[in-house]
Design a protein around this ligand. Sequence first.
Ligand code: URA
Length: 433
Amino acid sequence: MQIYDLIQKTRRCEKLTREEISFLVNGFTENQIPDYMMSAWLMAVCCQGLTDEETVSLTLAMRDSGACLDLSGIGEITVDKHSTGGIGDKTTLLIAPIVAACGGFVPKMSGRGLGFTGGTIDKLESIPGFSVEMPVPEFIRQVKHIGCAVISQSGNLTPADKKIYALRNLTATVDSIPLICSSIMSKKLALGADCILLDVKYGNGAFMKTTEEAGRLAETMVRVGNLAGKRCRAVITDMNAPLGHAVGNALEVEEVIAVLQNQNKNVLSDLALELSAHMLELSGKGDLQTCRKMASEAVTSGKALEKLAQMIAAQGGDAAVTEDTNRLPKANCQKIYKAEKDGYLSGIHSEQVGLACLELGAGKTASHSEIDYGAGVVLLHDIGDEIRKGEALAVIHGASETLCEQAEYRLRQAVSITEQKTESISLIHKIIS
Ligand code: URA
């Protein structure tokens, strides 16, 4: 088999066989295919696409490039969730305890921040003592006994994705549906949960900018998941404004705790309850209506908050943060960002808010940089709210006055206030089963 011929076949839209795709993936993972040849093939995929069958072959070859977990020791139907990433997306920290409090089982491996988007693992590490590393047998034991565990991606899962993703990042080949699908689904399949809920984001703070693109990605991922024998569903959700009010690691944990303490009812809590209900339904806990009721009761009864405390304690963290959020890291400085005119809040550009937080130190700008866990932004209003000039719109948390001032400049670009009232956004656009 010649790599040159395979590149040419994809470039000419001729279908590759399963063996040919495995040959490419294995050869590249084992350093037998040079970066320049793999880059050429990835670019051909970006330009010409792949058939569903080819995408399944690519996903399975990437899944099989490393270890696959055997979750059978949990002895229950397990359900995983994946979000394609966004600003202020802390839903994993909500759905894991909510679903577990309803009798579901959530084994979750999450990632760190990527670019201007935050990562669940960084958020969890803002809880003093919390460990995101755990041997697999312990991970399985925790899910079996508590119902949920969230850890970082294990080193030997999908090495092909690690190598291919790094190359895509350097060769402008990230935003291709078959490549995103195979990257995400290979990791989900290697983790091995029985059911997978995909939260596919669209908008200015997401990889997919339109509902059409997000829909195509969601359909492909659900098809690939089903063909691989998993119960899969996708929910397409809006990422044109940050999700919830807090952006930044400890600030997001604080918001999660407020939701689970019943203090915050907004689009974030609505989305978390809806995603939890779909996860419970996928794992056979009842019809969607019943699961919605179960999820909602888990929050109002305080059982989901208790579950979060159990999970934090089991992973070595300070569970008392669930009662006293002052125990979370705090930034040195706080600055109020005030409205410059009267009107209605009509937009909060997620990417700009994400960049403001990145510059405040809430994410890494270089591999050696340190995260400031207390840094970030707390928005004080929702889209559609009437605003008065001089009113506080956000609180900026940073290590210094200078950093907060820089973030304020970004926020000015992010916030739109108009004379006309804009309808508040409906977060869920579509469900794909
Ligand atoms: N997240 C992933 O894991 N892979 C992609 O390709 C895009 C988002």
